[in-house]
Design a binder for this molecule. Sequence first.
Ligand code: SF4
Ligand code: SF4
Ligand code: SF4
Length: 170
Amino acid sequence: MSAPFSPSRRALLFGRSEAAPAPRPFRPPWARPEPEFTAACTRCDACIRQCPQHVLVRGADGLPRFDPRAGECTFCGNCVSACTQGAFDRSRDPPWSLLAQVADTCLSALSIVCTSCRETCPTSAIRIPPAARGAASVDASRCTGCGACVSVCPVDAISLHHAEIPEVVA
Ligand code: SF4
Ligand code: SF4
Ligand code: SF4
């Protein structure tokens, strides 16, 4: 009996990659929409160097990315001021579409008391049920996507995501 004609086998035979599109990167706050940002940015690293929180990193594409595992964006605006190429738009409000989300690996969902994320959140956007009777939750109306809660979670249960429909990156 012949092997099933799987998508991966089809890709091998016809030389096409069927890998999922790359996730949309987290750009710095106030970055212009992805096509405009990538066209304007000269990969000079000026914004990365001026970030006092050290939360901007150079990605594999040479462009700056926000890494919430490195800490919190305080929305100081230094990255915007550092850019001389027009890659940012200070009038964007909010400055990006990032929101925090909590996975079901949250310790509080397992009846283990933990309040690290709630104590760290500068906008009081995180709720944790009393006596660890359920997972932490994020109030999207208060969350700024600053990332402060991400690195403090002892079980990496918090991540950021783009709130609107993802912009696919080719
Ligand atoms: S706004 Fe400030 S803290 Fe946030 S990425 Fe830009 S320079 Fe860093
Ligand atoms: S820090 Fe992590 S484990 Fe602790 S309550 Fe928040 S999401 Fe849950
Ligand atoms: S991303 Fe920032 S504002 Fe949002 S829940 Fe985490 S700490 Fe609070």
